[in-house]
Design a protein around this ligand. Sequence first.
Ligand SMILES: C[S@@+](CC[C@H](N)C(=O)[O-])C[C@H]1O[C@@H](n2cnc3c(N)ncnc32)[C@H](O)[C@@H]1O
Length: 183
Amino acid sequence: MRFDHFSIVAPLYARVTYSKRDVMREVAALPAKGCLLDVGGGTGRVSSAIRDLIDDVVIADVSLGMLKQTRFSSSLRSVCGASESLPFPDDSFERVIMVDALHHVINHAQSAHEMLRVLKPGGILVIEEPDIRTFGVKLIALAEKMLLMRSHFLAPEQIVKLIENVDKKIRYKDDTAWIVFKK
Ligand SMILES: C[S@@+](CC[C@H](N)C(=O)[O-])C[C@H]1O[C@@H](n2cnc3c(N)ncnc32)[C@H](O)[C@@H]1O
């Protein structure tokens, strides 16, 4: 079991807002009917920003400390669980997103396959990640290493290869990449 750095920063994290709603809205084809799963969703920073664009939202995260800070708690359901073994049946969600969390998981490929497994046919999976090829993100990666966070960033071209045999595309803006898979 790894030390949960996020439990310590959770109260601060809960104050940070999500500024990329417009791009997420576009790449995840929102608004949509059904349920969205936010994997590594933490305090609900992203989920709360897009809550009005979908019928239902569930956050899954390994950090109880982050989940305890979930905002809009009456309209966001949360589950403590790891992306590598999501506690949901196959084909459960219309949308699955993971924002700024892939570099924190233990197993990237297993997490990607789990997110695809719980996505309904015709659904969309969006992985938003800081683009490690940019200077600013390289500095963040260095800082996280110094904090012993064991982050492991993949370049967008590596993330897109985690899942084969589905439609996929990458959208870039500033120092962020959105890798989009359609099941
Ligand atoms: C940088 S925070 C991002 C939180 C949220 N997605 C956001 O953008 O505000 C990364 C989150 O990933 C979670 N996390 C790390 N490894 C995970 C895993 N294997 N499964 C699920 N969540 C994980 C952490 O607990 C943390 O809440």
